[in-house]
Write a protein that binds this ligand. Structure first.
Ligand code: ADP
Ligand code: F6P
Length: 327
């Protein structure tokens, strides 16, 4: 009987447990023995292997995080680390691997594939920066968590007539900030892909105040770098000029945790099934992604050639809606 290994790596993403469940059950269906590798590539190098049975993955699809745990490790980027990982896979009789993670983890997957070890990847990252999938696992849940938080912030912002700078995650990508900003009808969205001038942000806030707006919400991607660097300090020093009091709220890790939305559970399930089917049919070196309404496997090399780009036409659309018409 062939053995299929599964691991989760990098930043955790809601929907991953539904994916693990689908991987394990589909692998059993295709007569694989299944081995779970704990703590990503670290566990692969330190041989944290465990046999997984169908029952092991019962009752997990609704849970956030990853039951297999995750890690980031520099050692796996080295030849020595990869050699150790391959040795452990051989010793435990693992023939093929499903790797669930973001662009870094998928790059690690490609390194293994290049040595001749068969892998299939599943994109899981709230940043949504992996190409050849419209959505990565966890993005939908993160968006919903952030929008819920901003709705609450808006209540207090309106009560005090304040301007809020709300920071979202996303590493170097502005995707999460843009989508969250649009969905929460923010007054401004600041993303790394579009350089922001602090004077422009200042004058937008002043204009909104002048037009009688009760609050001002600016959603800022963590990777954005407005030309004054510390935009919060810049605005706070100009509160008198702005009219609004200024407050900052960093949403942080609440975006990464929590029970996955139905969308992420379904996506995790569909991508997990596809990943195993690829391997069961002798195909590898690919990533299962969602393109339109279809689940499609694309060569990892092609996937990793460039990051997924933010659709700037959506940014322009959001900007048009930001203009407050006044009373
Ligand atoms: P994510 O997968 O969420 O993007 P990281 O970028 O931190 O998160 O990558 C997760 C792990 O993948 C890293 O800690 C490392 O072990 C592995 N990895 C990242 N880049 C490479 C690379 N170029 N070669 C080999 N392994 C890599
Ligand atoms: O890649 C997912 C992500 O949550 C990014 O949005 C963020 O920049 C990073 O991970 C945070 O990483 P860590 O969990 O190592 O602090």
């Amino acid at each position: 009987m062939k053995r299929l290994g599964v691991l989760t790596s990098g930043g955790d993403a809601p929907g991953t447990n539904a994916c693990i469940r689908a991987v394990v059950r589909t692998a059993i269906y295709h007569d694989f023995e299944v081995v779970g590798i704990h703590r990503g590539y670290r566990g692969l190098m330190e041989a944290e292997f465990e046999s997984l049975h169908g029952r092991f993955v019962g009752g997990i699809a609704h849970r956030g995080g990853t039951i297999l745990k995750t890690a980031r490790t520099e050692r796996f980027k080295t030849e020595e680390g990869q050699r150790q990982a391959l040795e452990n896979l051989k010793r435990h009789g693992v023939d093929v691997l499903v790797i669930i993670g973001g662009d870094g983890s998928l790059t690690g997957a490609l390194r293994l594939q290049e040595t001749g070890f068969p892998v299939v990847g599943v994109p899981a990252t709230i940043d949504n920066d992996v190409a050849f999938t419209d959505m990565s696992l966890g993005v939908d849940t993160a968006m919903n968590s952030a929008v819920g938080a901003i709705d609450r912030i808006k209540d207090t912002a309106t009560s005090h007539r304040r301007a809020f700078l709300v920071e979202t995650m996303g590493r170097d990508s502005g995707y999460l900030a843009l989508m969250v900003g649009m969905a929460s009808a923010a007054e401004a969205i600041i993303i790394p892909e579009v350089p922001a001038s602090c004077e422009t942000i200042l004058s937008m806030i002043k204009e909104a105040h002048g037009k009688g707006k009760a609050h001002f919400i600016a959603v800022i991607a963590e990777g954005a770098n407005p030309d004054c660097h510390t935009i919060d300090q810049y605005l706070k020093e100009r509160e008198d000029e702005l009219g609004f009091g200024v407050r900052v709220s960093i949403l942080g890790y609440i975006q990464r945790g929590g029970s996955p939305t139905a969308f992420d559970r379904l996506l995790g399930t569909r991508l997990g099934v596809k990943a195993v089917e690829e391997l069961a049919h002798g195909r590898h070196g690919t990533m299962a992604g969602l393109l339109g309404s279809r689940v499609v496997a694309t060569d990892l090399e092609k996937v990793l050639a460039r990051p997924r780009e933010v659709d700037l036409s959506l940014y322009e659309l959001a900007q048009r809606l930001e203009i407050y018409p006044g009373p």
